[in-house]
Design a protein around this ligand. Structure first.
Ligand SMILES: CC(C)(COP(=O)(O)OP(=O)(O)OC[C@H]1O[C@@H](n2cnc3c(N)ncnc32)[C@H](O)[C@@H]1OP(=O)(O)O)[C@@H](O)C(=O)NCCC(=O)NCCS
Length: 146
């Protein structure tokens, strides 16, 4: 398994992995190849885009993507999407991707990584806690259906 920068050439394989990872329990999302491709393309086109892909035998088995954001006192990375192919989960690929992400972001003087995770599924939160992420008690996410 090797970890490389996630670029548009990896898109097709990454979309397959992403749909397989999220269109099953616990998320049970309903991503199509079209919507997942658009999601990744939007992120590629974001200012500060940065992403990593884990590759095994030319297949994208893990993908993470997001953007570096400037704040008044530091640079933060918003980890927008993160998935490991179900056939490759629980083999530490996700943890290795997070580790590599941290290493590469530090070189870009990024000081913090943040992400959103659903509370109804305990699994992602447990996974992130194992990787030293904490629930931020100073921030709340507000939303309104319109
Ligand atoms: C979350 C995810 C990226 C983790 O990647 P991974 O390569 O499987 O994770 P790792 O092998 O490095 O870590 C495994 C640990 O995470 C937890 N974990 C990972 N997948 C799990 C699963 N399907 N069910 C329960 N626990 C799981 C385990 O507690 C495990 O801990 P252990 O090593 O002590 O047994 C991957 O499971 C995934 O893509 N899930 C679906 C999409 C998703 O939830 N993305 C994140 C949303 S914010």
């Amino acid at each position: 398994m090797k970890i490389v920068n996630f670029t548009k050439k990896h898109l097709k394989s990454a979309v397959e992995t992403y749909c397989k990872a999220f269109n099953r329990p616990p998320q049970n999302d309903n991503w199509s190849k079209k919507t997942a491709t658009k999601r990744f393309e939007d992120l590629f086109n974001s200012a500060g885009y940065f992403g990593l892909a884990a590759i095994e035998n030319n297949q994208i088995v893990g993908v993470m993507t997001g953007r570096i954001e400037q704040w008044y006192d530091k640079k933060e990375y918003y980890l927008a999407e993160f998935a490991v192919h179900p056939d490759f989960q629980n083999k530490k690929i996700g943890s290795k991707l997070l580790e590599e992400l941290e290493k590469r972001l530090k070189k870009k003087t990024v000081q913090q990584i943040y992400l959103l995770a659903t509370v109804k599924d305990k699994m992602p939160t447990a996974f992130y806690k194992k990787n030293d992420y904490n629930i931020d008690k100073t921030i709340v996410v507000l939303s309104k259906s319109i």
